[in-house]
Structures are given as structure tokens and as C-alpha cells.
Design a protein around this ligand. Structure first.
Ligand code: FMN
Length: 207
């Protein structure tokens, strides 16, 4: 049984470059069970509300059980955590926005990095990721040439660090870049990424 969790931020929809590359991946991977979090509709909490931020800190760091109200304040985070805990492979797809990931993608990461559930403190006092069974696929689409330097796409390094932090070490990355910078080659570049997505799809969910 292969389970996939698709976490998507695709503002321009399924016919956009990100949407097409994600589709090619899923058509090739053919997971038996797919759950989707559409971050353009299903917005994660931004932890700007004191009730939520305090409940989040209390749950992670105090060791004191939450009150029912505090538990309710974290319901969305609990749902995202349950989804990533039960999946075999999380697929995260987004366009690069201003050198990084769209804010809702970072807010989703903030919602699933929870002490005691997705990471914990090891006996040496260092953080230890708990999602060691899961794999990840990262689909990143950019208008410019982001692989040229570490300073024009912080999102791939950040997503990789955050996934590693919660224990996910096997990560396939599919990057489509230059889509706005080389308009005349745009379709060819998307096709190249679609071909990569098909190849990764063939192996990502294999045991
Ligand atoms: C708000 C915004 C910020 C962007 N920032 C960047 C950027 O920093 N680097 C880059 O290479 N492309 C950037 N782009 C371009 C998009 O990543 C690019 O157009 C991509 O193809 C969009 O994906 P889509 O075709 O699936 O919508 C930005 C686009 C928008 C709308």
C-alpha cells in the first residue's frame, strides 16, 4: 500500500507549470492512496494569534497537558501532523516567490514541526527527527536560473533542512527553472521537468 500526501501551493492552477509537473509525477508514481492539502484554499495558521502561539509553545516545551481550549486552537496543526505521520511519501509543490517558498508553505512546515510528534530530543540532548519511514519529493518552479547560486533560491535548502529535521532524509528534488528568463524555451524547459518528474515518479514510491 503506498500513501502519498500532496502539499500544494499552485496559485495559477493545474495548467500552470507547477501543476503540470505535479500531475506528471502523480501519473507516473500512481500512489494507491492520495491525500491533498491545497494551501491556496486550506490556509495553515500563521501563529500570530497569542492563543495559538502560547498553546503551540506550551505543547512543545512545557510538558504540561493542554486545556481543551488550547487543544482546539491547535486543531489545524494536529490535522496536518496526522496526515504527514500516516503517509509514505510527502510531495511538496510550489513556485519560487521572492527567493524562497510562498509564505503558506512555510506556515505548513511550522504546523508540522512539533516536538514529541515529528521530532524529539535525543538522549544526547540534540533534536532527532521521528518521521524516518517517510520519503519526500520537492517540486520547485522558478522564473529565473535559481540553481546558479545558493542565494537566489533559499527554498530548496530550507525545505531540505526542515524535512531532515523531522527525520525525512530521502528527498527527490525536481526543479524547473528559467521559465520566465527564457520565454522562448519555456515549453521545452517544462517538458524537461515533466520528464524528470516521470522518472522520479517511477522510483519515489518503490520500496
Ligand atoms: C510574487 C512572485 C515572486 C516571484 N519571485 C521569484 C524569484 O524570486 N525567483 C524566480 O526565479 N522566480 C520568481 N517568480 C517567478 C515564478 O517562480 C515563475 O513565474 C513560475 O513559473 C511560476 O510558476 P507557475 O508557472 O506554476 O505559476 C516570482 C513570481 C511571483 C508571482
Amino acid at each position: 500500500m503506498s500513501r502519498a500526501l500532496v502539499v500544494r501551493c499552485i496559485p495559477r492552477g493545474d495548467t500552470s507549470a507547477t501543476g503540470r509537473i505535479l500531475r506528471a509525477f502523480l501519473d507516473s508514481a500512481r500512489p494507491q492512496f492520495v491525500e491533498t492539502v491545497d494551501l491556496c484554499v486550506d490556509h495553515p495558521d500563521f501563529l500570530t494569534d497569542p492563543d495559538k502561539a502560547n498553546a503551540y509553545a506550551k505543547r512543545s516545551w512545557s510538558g504540561i497537558p493542554l486545556t481543551p481550549e488550547e487543544g482546539k486552537a491547535l486543531a489545524k496543526s494536529d490535522r496536518y501532523v496526522a496526515q504527514i505521520m500516516r503517509t509514505d511519501c510527502v510531495i511538496i509543490a510550489y513556485p519560487v516567490y521572492n527567493f524562497s517558498m510562498p509564505a503558506v508553505v512555510k506556515a505548513w512546515f511550522d504546523s508540522v514541526i512539533i516536538k514529541g510528534l515529528t521530532f524529539d530530543e535525543g538522549s544526547d540532548g540534540r533534536a532527532k527527527g521521528l518521521l524516518v519511514r517517510q520519503k519526500a519529493v520537492l517540486i520547485t518552479v522558478a522564473g529565473g536560473h535559481v540553481s546558479r547560486s545558493d542565494h537566489v533560491d533559499h527554498s530548496t535548502a530550507l525545505s531540505t533542512s526542515l524535512l531532515n529535521y523531522i527525520g525525512i532524509k530521502q528527498i527527490h528534488t525536481i526543479i524547473a527553472e528559467d521559465l520566465d528568463a527564457q520565454m522562448e524555451r519555456r515549453e521545452a524547459l517544462i517538458q524537461q521537468a515533466i520528464n524528470n518528474a516521470r522518472i522520479v515518479g517511477n522510483i519515489a514510491l518503490a520500496r
